[in-house]
Design a protein around this ligand. Structure first.
Ligand code: TYM
Length: 633
C-alpha cells in the first residue's frame, strides 16, 4: 500500500496486490483475463470496501516494539514507507503503530487515525488508473487499485480521530485477527458473490435442481442409500461427495466392463496388430463402464464402419491432466481401429452456462470462441491421426448439424430436459436447447461432408469415450435416436459409450479434478517446478504420520493421491505393482510418501513437457486445418 495523500479535495491512495508469477497462462492465484470479468472483480472490491465502511467497525490500534512486532507478525503488514528504516534510525523508529480489525492487520504511519471504519467516507475506485494485469503477455499477475475517498464524515481538523495507541499489545488477539487473511479461502460475502458470477452460479443452480430431481425420481430406497454416501452427486455440472462407481452404474443404468468384454476388446484391438497392448486405462479399470460396447464389438467383427465422437467445453485457457484422460484413450481407440473421429468444442455451451453480459461492454461470447482455439491446440497435441480427425467449434459448424438438431428438438420435451439437467423456467432458453447440440454429433447425418452421405455412412455406428459425468446427455440422445437414422442402423441409432472414472484432484482421491481450484489441478501449461511444488505441497497422502507408524501399517493406497495418479499415468504395470507393495507395507524403495511423490513428479514432468513440446508446434494455421470441413473416411 502506498501511503494515502490528500490531493485536491479528496484523500487518495494506491494499493497493489501481487498474485504471483505466471506459469503458462495462469497465476498462482488466478484472475480472469476477460475485461468484463475483470470489471466485475473491481466492482466486488469496491463494494466490499464500502460495506466495511457501512458496518462501522471499530479499529484497534497498538504501539509495538518494532523488532518484536515484526518477529511476531511478519513484514507483510508494512508498506514501503514503514518497511525501510532510515540510515540513522531515531528512537521513534524503534516503534510501529499497527491497526487491527477483523481479518486485517496493517502498519500505519504516525499521526491521527480513525476510530472506526464509519469515519472513512465513500471509497471510489479510480477505474482509469486501476489495472488487472493478467493478459496473455503478462509475466506476473497483479491488481493495482487507485482509490479516492469521498464524503469524509470527520471534519478537517480530524475530529472523530484518535491518536494511537495502546502499548499493551496482546499478540494472540492480533494473530487471531489475521487468521482469516492467512487462509486462502474467500472471506468476504462479496468475494463469494463474485465467484458465483464468474464461475458457476448458473451451473450450481442447475446441479442443485438436478440433485433434487434425481432424488425425487429414484425410488425411496435408492435415494436413501445415495444420501448415506457422503452425498454423491455426479452429473454434467457437478461431481461431489464420495463416488461409488458401482452404484453410479446402477443409478445410470450403464454396464460394468466385465472380464469377458475386456478380452473381446483385447482381441479386436491388440489382435489386429494396430496397438501393442490394451491401454492402461482398460487394464486398470479406469475406463470401467459402457453402453452397447458389445454391439460395437459386433460391428467390428462384421467389418461394419463406425466412428468415434468426443468433445471438450472450453471453459479455461489451460486444460488439466483430467481432461487428458478421455483424449488419450480416444487416441488409442483411433489407433487401434484406424477409424474416423469427430471432436466437438462446445464454446456455445460454455457461454450459455458461464458467459456474462454487461451493458457497457456487451457479452463475452468471443472469449469462449478464442478458448476453443487454445484448447484445440492441446487436443491436437495429443496426437490423433490428422487425416481421420475433424475438430469443430459449435459456433462455426452448427449450421451443418442444424437439420439433426431440429429433429432432436422435435423429439425431446422440455420436461425431459428439465428432468435430466435440472433446468427450470428461470434458465435461459439456450441452456434448454443445448443438450440437442451435444447430442447431434452422435448421428452421422451431422457430417455429410466429413463422413459422407452414402447409405453406408448413414448407418455408421458411433462410439463416445468420455468420463461418466457426460452420460446424461447421451441417455437423452439414446432415447430418441431411432428417429434420426435409417431402420437398418446396427444400434438403432443409439450411440455407444465407454465411460471413465474421474482423475482425482490433488486434495483427495475421491472427487473429480476441475479447473476452478487451481491448486487442485495440474495444468498442461504448468512448468516442471510448479508441478513439483503442487505435488509435494498439495497431494493428499495416504501415508502415516510417523516413520514408525508407516513402517508398521504402510500407506492407505486408496486415498493416496500420488499413488492414484500413478495408476493413471505410469505405463509400467510391474513398477506400479512394486510401488504399491512397498508403499502399502512401509518397506523397500517406495516405503514413504516422499519417494512415491518424487516418482510421480518424474512421470508427470515427462508427460507434460513432451505435451508442451508438441503443443508449441501447433500454430493457429494448424488448428484451422484440423477444423476444415473435409472427408475423413
Ligand atoms: P469438459 O470440457 O468438462 O470435459 C472434457 C472431457 O474430459 C472429461 N473430464 C474428465 N475425465 C476424467 N477426469 C476428470 N477429472 C475429468 N474432467 C473432465 C469429461 O468427461 C469430458 O469427456 N460438455 C462437454 C463437452 C462435450 C463432450 C462431448 C464430452 C461435447 N460433446 C462428447 C464428451 C463427449 C464438456 O464440457 O466437457
Amino acid at each position: 500500500m502506498q501511503p494515502s495523500f490528500i490531493k485536491d479535495k479528496y484523500p487518495s491512495g494506491k494499493f497493489s496486490i501481487a498474485l504471483g508469477k505466471k506459469q503458462g497462462t495462469i497465476c498462482q492465484l488466478d484472475i480472469p483475463e476477460d475485461p468484463i470479468l475483470q470489471d466485475k472483480l473491481l466492482d466486488a472490491i469496491e463494494r466490499a470496501a464500502n460495506r466495511l465502511i457501512d458496518d462501522n467497525l471499530v479499529v484497534q490500534y497498538y504501539k509495538v516494539d518494532r523488532i518484536q512486532g515484526v518477529e511476531q507478525l511478519g513484514t507483510g503488514m508494512l508498506d514501503q514507507s514503514l518497511l525501510k528504516l532510515p540510515k540513522k534510525p531515531k528512537e521513534a523508529d524503534g516503534w510501529l503503530n499497527i491497526a487491527v480489525l477483523e481479518g486485517v492487520v496493517v502498519g500505519v504511519p504516525p499521526g491521527p487515525v480513525v476510530a472506526s471504519t464509519g469515519q472513512i467516507g465513500k471509497i471510489v475506485l479510480e477505474r482509469e488508473f486501476c489495472s488487472v494485469n493478467a493478459g496473455k503477455k503478462a509475466r506476473k499477475c497483479d491488481i493495482i487499485l487507485k482509490f479516492r475517498v469521498e464524503d469524509v464524515s470527520g471534519d478537517d481538523n480530524g475530529s472523530g480521530s484518535v491518536d494511537a495507541v495502546s502499548e499493551d499489545v496482546d499478540y494472540e488477539v492480533v494473530k487471531n485477527a489475521m487468521e482469516p487473511l492467512l487462509k486462502s479461502e474467500i472471506r468476504m460475502p462479496e468475494g463469494l458473490q463474485l465467484k458465483g458470477i464468474l464461475e458457476e452460479a448458473d451451473i450450481m443452480e442447475a446441479a442443485k435442481a438436478l440433485k433434487i430431481d434425481a432424488e425425487a425420481n429414484a425410488n425411496a430406497e435408492t435415494s436413501e442409500e445415495a444420501k448415506g454416501d457422503d452425498e454423491m452427486v455426479v452429473n454434467a455440472f457437478e461431481v461431489s461427495g464420495k463416488i461409488d462407481y458401482n452404484k453410479l452404474v446402477d443409478n445410470f443404468g450403464s454396464k460394468l466392463i466385465d472380464p469377458e468384454l475386456l478380452k473381446r476388446i483385447e482381441r479386436l484391438t491388440v489382435g489386429r496388430g494396430t496397438v501393442p497392448f490394451l491401454h492402461r486405462f482398460l487394464r486398470r479399470d479406469i475406463f470401467f463402464s459402457h453402453r452397447d460396447m458389445v454391439k460395437i464389438c459386433d460391428c467390428l467383427e462384421k467389418n461394419l464402419p463406425f466412428y468415434l465422437y468426443t468433445g471438450r467445453g472450453p471453459s479455461s485457457g489451460a486444460m488439466h491432466l483430467g481432461h487428458l484422460v478421455p483424449f488419450l484413450f480416444t487416441k488409442w481407440l483411433q489407433q487401434a481401429f484406424q477409424c474416423p473421429l469427430v471432436i466437438q468444442m462446445t464454446d456455445d455451451e460454455k457461454f450459455l452456462f458461464k458467459g456474462v453480459y454487461d451493458d457497457e461492454n456487451g457479452d463475452n461470447l468471443d472469449y469462449f470462441a478464442q478458448l476453443t482455439v487454445e484448447n484445440a491446440k492441446d487436443i491436437i497435441a495429443c496426437g490423433f491421426i490428422p487425416e481421420k480427425t475433424f475438430l469443430f467449434s459449435d459456433l462455426k459448424y452448427v449450421g451443418t448439424m442444424y437439420p439433426t438438431i431440429v429433429r432432436i428438438w422435435k423429439a425431446v420435451t422440455n420436461n425431459t430436459v428439465n428432468g435430466i439437467f435440472g433446468f427450470d423456467g428461470s434458465s435461459n432458453i439456450g441452456k434448454i436447447a443445448f443438450p440437442a447440440i451435444q447430442a447431434a454429433p452422435s448421428f452421422p447425418a451431422s457430417f455429410p461432408v466429413v463422413l459422407g452421405t452414402s447409405k453406408e455412412s448413414a448407418n455408421m455406428a458411433c462410439l463416445i469415450p468420455c468420463a461418466i459425468d457426460q452420460d446424461p446427455y447421451f441417455r437423452m440422445t439414446r432415447d430418441v435416436a431411432h428417429k434420426l437414422v435409417p431402420k437398418s442402423h446396427p444400434l438403432g441409432g443409439k450411440p455407444a459409450l465407454i465411460h471413465s472414472k474421474f482423475f482425482p484432484p490433488l486434495q483427495g482421491a475421491d472427487g473429480k479434478m476441475s479447473s476452478s481450484d487451481e491448486n487442485s489441478a495440474v495444468f498442461l501449461t504448468d512448468s516442471n517446478e510448479l508441478i513439483e511444488k503442487k505435488v509435494k505441497e498439495y497431494a493428499f497422502s495416504g501415508g502415516r504420520e510417523t516413520k514408525k507408524l508407516q513402517e508398521e501399517l504402510g500407506a492407505n493406497l486408496a486415498v493416496d493421491v500420488a499413488y492414484q495418479w500413478l495408476r493413471f499415468f505410469l505405463e509400467d504395470d510391474e513398477e506400479l505393482e512394486n510401488i504399491g507393495k512397498d508403499y502399502s507395507s512401509g518397506s523397500g524403495k517406495y516405503w514413504s510418501t516422499g519417494n512415491v511423490k518424487a516418482r510421480l513428479v518424474d512421470v508427470l514432468k515427462e508427460i507434460v513437457s513432451e505435451h508442451q513440446e508438441r503443443r508449441d508446434k501447433v500454430t493457429e494455421e494448424v488448428v484451422l486445418e484440423w477444423m476444415k470441413e473435409r472427408s475423413i473416411v
